[in-house]
Design a protein around this ligand. Structure first.
Ligand SMILES: *Cc1c(COP(=O)(O)O)cnc(C)c1O
Length: 342
């Protein structure tokens, strides 16, 4: 742990974090006249700053201790907090892959931290030799890995990631926003083995809770402790904590919906594959896939004219659109529109 704690920015190592009066006294019941709240109303009290009830459920379901769990206002907030925790603006650097999730670069840019990318190979996978030589040469504090990768949809090579974890002296962040849709195994089981590993998950995709903004980081307790020190004190509203607990308590609905999305994905692939305008469908471990069309821009604009919005990825991959799996009715509309496209 000492080996990695020196990665933390000096001003964060010495930071005196904000503590509420309620935290200091540790009372859960009493007369609370400490926070200038209004005594009336139903949402009048500040939420639990450490989301203990929500972490309790996650802890039981994932078999991970609460001190290894951090909750963010979406995983996008955690990406930003991780950069602010480790990277000195104008000095440290971040490494990731291309193409991948766009927020890593945006957050790095906002924090004035240099962001470098290594291209994935032709199979959209990690070129291990290329990465390892960069990791040991650069002044890199964080490496972001997205698996299954957005926007390509595939899981990244396990052996390559293991080599990276063994070789890198910085923090490895594995973003598993789509892991619940995949056949792959989560990296959360590895946080005990690697003190510099952070695994990001989210309730936005597989749990259908994008609106409530619940992101989760699993990692060594020393990292979670610093994240708690730098986060806005009440970063997750009580409404959202309650919504998350409710969704996590209903595994039947989750299993049912996940299966439905999987069935629709198989059906959509079969329906799209036979269309003349479709050249190729890339294999996917997520709830979306990348489709190569004869002409992506024309197809994109045509779908838009029919009120159907997909993600145009033509600038990254020639003639490719990224399509999310919708409900049966939504997918029908997509297929029918494409069938009648001339
Ligand atoms: C959608 C997405 C996120 C955002 O998750 P939130 O928890 O909604 O902020 C993070 N990473 C990847 C790769 C995503 O595709």
């Amino acid at each position: 742990m000492k080996q990695f704690e020196k990665l933390v920015r000096p001003n964060i190592l010495t930071l005196q974090p904000y503590r509420s009066a309620r935290e200091e006294c540790q009372l859960t019941q009493g007369v609370f006249l400490d926070a200038n709240e209004n005594p009336y109303g139903s949402l009048n009290r500040y939420p639990d700053p450490y989301q203990n009830a929500l972490k309790e459920i996650l802890s039981q379901q994932k078999l991970i201790a609460k001190e290894n769990i951090f909750i963010g206002n979406g995983s996008d907030e955690i990406i930003d907090l991780l950069i602010r925790l480790f990277c000195r603006p104008g000095e440290d650097r971040i490494l990731s892959f291309s193409p991948s999730y766009g927020m890593y670069k945006v957050c790095a840019d906002i924090n004035a931290v240099q962001f470098d990318e290594i291209s994935l190979n032709a199979a959209f996978d990690i070129d291990e030799v290329k990465v390892l030589s960069r990791l040991t040469n650069g002044n890199y504090k964080i490496l972001f890995i997205c698996s299954p990768n957005n926007p390509t949809g595939n899981l990244l090579n396990t052996d390559a990631i293991l080599s990276i974890l063994r070789a890198f002296g910085g923090v490895v962040v594995i973003d598993e926003a789509y892991i619940d849709f995949s056949r792959g195994e989560s990296w959360v089981r590895q946080i005990e083995a690697f003190n510099n590993l952070v695994v990001l998950q989210t309730l936005s995709k597989s749990r259908g809770l994008a609106s409530a903004r619940i992101g989760i980081a699993y990692g060594a307790s020393w990292i979670i402790k610093y994240l708690n020190n730098i986060k806005p004190p009440y970063n997750v509203s009580q409404l959202n904590q309650d919504a998350a607990i409710k969704v996590l308590s209903n595994n039947e609905a989750y299993d049912f919906n996940t299966q439905l999305i999987q069935n629709e994905k198989d059906r959509l692939v079969a329906d799209l594959r036979i269309l003349k305008c479709v050249n190729k469908i890339y294999p996917s471990d997520a709830n979306f896939f990348l489709v190569e069309f004869g002409n992506a821009n024309d197809t994109y604009n045509y779908l838009l004219s029919k009120g159907i919005v997909v993600r145009n990825r033509h600038t990254q991959f020639s003639n490719c659109l990224r399509i999310s799996i919708g409900s049966k009715e939504e997918n029908d509309k997509l297929v029918n529109a494409l069938k009648s496209m001339v």
